[in-house]
Design a protein around this ligand. Structure first.
Ligand code: HEM
Length: 81
């Protein structure tokens, strides 16, 4: 998780995982719908706001929301195959 966000926000290039594939696989075992993503985003934003402020904190929230939207789209597409 550290390397994911360091790569995204600080240009570290240390993350080698595949979060889309990980969450598509996860969604086969537990429901990952718009409801779960909405709760995830609320918790993520609240945690960022508790711990950080400034440009990078805002960028983290915007990028998390964009990735969550794409992830949900891909999960829905994968479940309709
Ligand atoms: C409902 C929403 C979500 C749930 C319930 C969830 C849950 C999880 C779980 C259980 C894992 C561990 C999977 C494993 O090790 O096999 C994981 C990994 C991870 N999640 Fe999520 N996640 C959610 C949304 C997101 C979003 C929106 C992001 C990115 C903005 C994210 C980023 C990651 C990353 C980077 C990993 C590590 C993946 C890897 O090592 O390849 N997650 N998540």
């Amino acid at each position: 998780m550290y390397s994911f966000w360091s790569s995204l926000l600080l240009g570290e290039h240390s993350f080698t995982g595949n979060p889309m594939a990980t969450h598509i696989a996860l969604s086969k075992n537990i429901p990952l719908t718009a409801l779960e993503f909405s709760e995830w985003i609320q918790l993520f934003n609240a945690t960022v706001d508790d711990l950080f402020e400034g440009e990078k904190a805002n960028e983290a929230k915007i990028r998390a929301a964009n990735i969550a939207r794409l992830m949900l789209f891909k999960i829905e597409a994968a479940s309709s195959i």
